[in-house]
Design a protein around this ligand. Structure first.
Ligand SMILES: Cc1ncc(COP(=O)(O)O)c(C=O)c1O
Length: 368
């Protein structure tokens, strides 16, 4: 099938670009001497996770248990769940993952003694051992235990319990991923975690509590930590590169990131033309998310997208813009890949304008 035959709005990914982004990130991470554990919250599709692993990634991250269930069922064997869980239903599901997929390694992120005590209780009853990774505060003031005595006590609390083991530390600074300018972003990223690495040297190591894994980093910061002792990077969005990430700057250009190319797009149709300089597309915010700004029209920056609500995208044309008529297709680059992808059931994989595969977005909506 040709892209022009897709009913719209339709989510597509360019396979050539996807493959080259996967290869490029693996190359960069290898060069840094690190392990790549890509975050799959961006794509939620086991087939893509397998592509990343075939290219050299040593496991994946998921945000939620629901996504981990999808990935384990899809045959992925090494999964870090990067968000703490709470409540007996969730803890039982975590234990069930261990029971149902005994040949898969799971690590669950936690940041409080509650998690340790409650998870250990259910794990012991079920006869499984659960690996826990401690999230530390890394500037975002989201989850994460403060670096200091609290961290030491939490590690010791894990070590004192049967049913759980201490796998390492997660230090992820989500708030810095989109800081403009490569240098500026890198300086801030290092400053946010340097205290942790000093504390590991000065306090954890002498006590024998040094973490085996130190996990963190994203598409904006994966190359910021040279000389610090991270073991693995969790970048995810590099795979698709949305408009927000294209604007953060790379090592050569403060305003543009060309390390990776835009692979994810939304094909839409012009459904109305109320005026010669204003047309309306069938892609509103129920398919193109706007939490990180407005989507961009692929190949024509003179057209401005304005949200028209759930189901409409209003397009303002200038004199330089290409002509758009009712019934014509238009292609958008999403501003935020994660929240756009989560609006679709299907991702069409395309090469040279032809649709080659129809991937079901199996982790879609699995925020549970
Ligand atoms: C804990 C964690 N690690 C890694 C990532 C991946 O970051 P990015 O998609 O910006 O590469 C995210 C994204 O939100 C995250 O929450």
């Amino acid at each position: 099938m040709d892209i022009s035959q897709l009913d719209t709005p339709a989510l597509i990914v360019d396979l050539d670009i996807l493959e080259s982004n996967i290869e490029e990130m693996q190359k960069r991470i290898d060069k840094l001497g690190l392990i790549l554990r890509p975050h799959t919250k961006a794509h939620k599709i086991p087939a893509i996770a397998h592509m990343q692993i075939r290219s050299g990634a040593q496991g994946i991250c998921t945000s939620k248990l629901g996504e981990a269930e999808v990935m384990a069922k899809g045959g992925i064997k090494d999964i870090l769940i990067t968000t703490p869980i709470a409540g007996s239903t969730k803890i039982q599901r975590l234990v069930n993952l261990h029971l149902n997929f005994p040949d898969c390694q799971f690590i669950q992120v936690i940041d409080h003694m509650y998690h340790v005590t409650e998870i250990a209780k259910v794990a012991i009853e079920a006869g499984v051992s659960i690996q826990l990774m401690i999230e530390v505060e890394s500037g975002q003031q989201r989850c994460g235990v403060e670096v200091g005595n609290e961290l030491v006590e939490l590690i010791e609390h894990i070590n004192q319990h049967e049913g759980v083991t201490y796998a390492g530390i997660q230090a992820y600074s989500g708030h810095l991923q989109h800081v403009k300018g490569y240098e500026n972003r890198h300086v801030q990223a290092r400053a946010a975690v340097v205290g942790l690495f000093n504390f590991i040297e000065s306090t954890l190591k002498p006590k024998g509590l040094e973490p085996e894994i130190i996990s963190g980093g994203g598409t904006g910061t994966f190359s910021a930590y040279q000389g610090l002792n991270y073991s693995e990077m969790q970048a995810g969005s590099y795979l698709f590169m949305d408009a927000a990430y294209c604007a953060i700057g790379d090592e050569f250009n403060p305003m543009q990131n060309k390390q990776f190319k835009t692979a994810l797009k939304v094909v839409s149709t012009i459904i109305s033309k109320p005026k010669s300089n204003r047309v309306v597309s069938d892609a509103g915010m129920k398919c193109l998310s706007i939490d990180l700004g407005m989507p961009v029209v692929d190949g024509d920056s003179s057209i401005r997208y304005q949200t028209g609500g759930d189901e409409h995208g209003i397009l303002h044309l200038s004199e330089d813009s290409r002509r758009l008529e009712i019934g014509q297709q238009i292609v958008f680059i999403p501003s935020h890949c994660d929240t756009t992808l989560n609006n679709f059931d299907i991702l069409y994989a395309v090469r040279d304008g032809k649709v080659l595969e129809r991937w079901s977005i199996e982790g879609r909506g699995r925020s549970d």
